[in-house]
Design a protein around this ligand. Structure first.
Ligand code: ADP
Length: 530
């Protein structure tokens, strides 16, 4: 049961009946008419898949009927019923590309075979057209995958549309959401006159209508559309047009794809609108992607610019602060040695806080040097035990002020490593000062070093608050602090751990943290021997 619609045109009633009964029994939908003019009229009123027509009829003959119907329904399949003495017409019909003939007298089976055969050939032809249509889409897909530049994408889409549906004009226009303003456009083939977009003109109206409805507008001839469209077609010198929205899944269509033909009677075939719809859909997605890419790139460039400004600012600020600070520290040092009593204590406070300020400036410049790749390693052979001892000594007063103890555990036989003493000092002092800072008074803190494969591993552990799992990665990024900066109790800019990571990675080691909230944290890093 195929259900295709068949129009039977024959002046002999018993042949019409015979054909109708045989075809209906096969599942076809059938309409019968008695002459050629009625056949053309019927085909105008409703679409048919196949015309079965007698070759000799009073009034319009079979071939003329077929030709007239094909003018407005080019995809209709024609089967001719021939009689004796019509061989010349049969040859003419063959030249016209008619698919099948049934010679009188014929049996119902012969008729059905001819009709089935003709429809099958038409199905294959359409399939062929569809496959051919896929080729440009395939080509286009390759372009879509590789092009992120909107203007060249528009041009490629217009050119593929031009080749795929064989038209005289292609116009691809990106419009604003209301369809009023042309944002970008490109043409392939000969350009349509500028009057298309004349203010308040018909071109604009059609574009708006197509974008708002989301439906294609297909006009096969000047008499096919409304008067305004017909007038525009005359003005533009075209005879058939298809306007397709560039629809995206969410949001307004991005614009329209406008194709047109100049030659009268050169109407579009069945596959053309479908092909244009698929093409426009794909093009819309690609254009949207390209726009997103452009936006992301722009945002990325802005961020880069901001990053540059930030670096510059840090550089200038650090440089400008360093000199007055050095002078301040010199005088405060002098005052501390010369003064006595309470005043000496005050001078000591100035010295202590100036040193803190100096450390902050050093952090800022270290971070910048790491980010710009300006930081260099100065390797020398050194004892880990000695390096740890120095840092612990410098930090003891801080720990003591909080009644904390620092346990040191370094095996006697740990061989020296090749490392940069200053950077190792910075890493150890950052980790140890964090441990002291975040661990509550009277808490325990420790440093351990051990041989691990072909590296030395150093662990700085504490019995502080711990760090939640999901933040353990984040704390190594610059300026990240677990506590909100305005309410936090501890000093610092959130740079220490990012500097630690930068330096450890600079010498080819790794750094990580293991921590449990409420129990404490262990920061570990490695110094490779090679
Ligand atoms: P700062 O100490 O200046 O805030 P860091 O980069 O050294 O910056 O540390 C980032 C954040 O990681 C800290 O603000 C803190 O929230 C968390 N953190 C670092 N070390 C510890 C630790 N030993 N115990 C608990 N939290 C820590």
């Amino acid at each position: 049961m195929s259900g295709e619609r068949i129009l039977i045109a024959d002046d002999e009633e018993h042949i019409r009946d015979l054909c109708a009964r045989a075809l209906m029994a096969e599942g076809y939908q059938v309409r019968c008419v008695a002459d050629g003019l009625q056949a053309v009229e019927a085909a105008r009123q409703e679409p048919f898949d196949l015309l079965l027509t007698d070759i000799l009829m009073p009034g319009l003959r079979g071939l003329e009927v077929a030709r007239a119907i094909q003018e407005f329904a080019p995809d209709i399949v024609c089967v001719v019923i021939t009689g004796h003495g019509t061989m010349d017409m049969v040859i003419e019909a063959l030249k016209l590309g008619f698919y099948e003939f049934v010679a009188k007298p014929f049996t119902p089976d012969e008729l059905i075979r001819a009709v089935n055969h003709a429809l099958e050939r038409e199905r294959l032809r359409r399939e062929n057209v569809r496959l051919k249509a896929l080729l440009p889409l395939f080509e286009l897909n390759k372009v879509f995958m590789s092009t992120v530049d909107v203007p060249s994408l528009l041009q490629q889409v217009a050119e593929v549309a031009h080749q795929a549906v064989r038209v005289d004009h292609v116009l691809l226009a990106l419009l604003d959401a209301g369809g009023n303003r042309v944002l970008a456009q490109t043409v392939s083939g000969s350009p349509l006159p500028d009057s298309l977009w004349a203010a308040g003109g018909q071109g604009q109206r059609i574009a708006r209508q197509v974008m708002q409805s989301g439906q294609q507008l297909i006009v096969q001839g000047r008499e096919d559309g409304d008067q305004a469209v017909a007038d525009l077609m005359v003005e533009l010198g075209i005879h058939a047009l298809i306007v397709t929205p560039l629809a995206v899944k969410s949001g307004h269509p991005l614009g329209i794809l406008w194709v047109a033909r100049d030659t009268e009677g050169d109407s579009f075939t069945g596959g053309d609108p479908e092909l244009l719809a698929v093409l426009s859909g794909q093009a819309a997605i690609a254009i949207e992607n390209a726009r997103l890419f452009e936006e992301t790139q722009r945002a990325y460039q802005e961020l880069q610019q901001l990053d540059r400004l930030k670096s510059e600012f840090i550089n200038i600020a650090a440089h400008e602060l360093r000199t007055p600070l050095a002078i301040l520290m010199g005088h405060a040092d002098l005052l501390e040695t010369e003064l006595t009593g309470e005043l000496r204590e005050r001078a000591r406070t100035i010295v202590r806080n100036s040193m803190r300020l100096r450390d902050l400036i050093t952090e800022m410049t270290d971070l910048r040097h790491l980010a710009t790749g300006e930081m260099r390693l100065r390797l020398e052979e050194l004892s880990i035990e000695k390096a740890i001892g120095e840092v612990v000594l410098d930090m003891t007063s801080l720990a003591r002020a909080k009644h904390q103890t620092i346990a040191v555990d370094v095996p006697d036989d740990l061989r020296p490593v090749r490392a940069d003493p200053q950077k190792l000092y910075t890493v150890l002092s950052n980790l140890l000062s964090n441990a002291i800072k975040f661990t509550p008074p009277a808490g325990r803190i420790g440093i351990r070093a051990l041989e691990r494969g072909d590296a030395v591993q150093v662990l700085v552990w504490d019995t502080g608050p711990g760090i939640p799992d999901h933040l353990q990665d984040k704390i190594f990024t610059p300026f990240y602090q677990v506590e909100q900066s305005l309410t936090r109790q501890h000093a610092g800019m959130g740079l220490g751990l990012s500097i630690v990571r930068g330096m450890v990675e600079l010498w080819g080691g790794q750094v990580w943290v293991e921590s449990e909230v409420g129990k404490g944290s262990t920061f570990a890093f490695t110094i490779p021997r090679e």
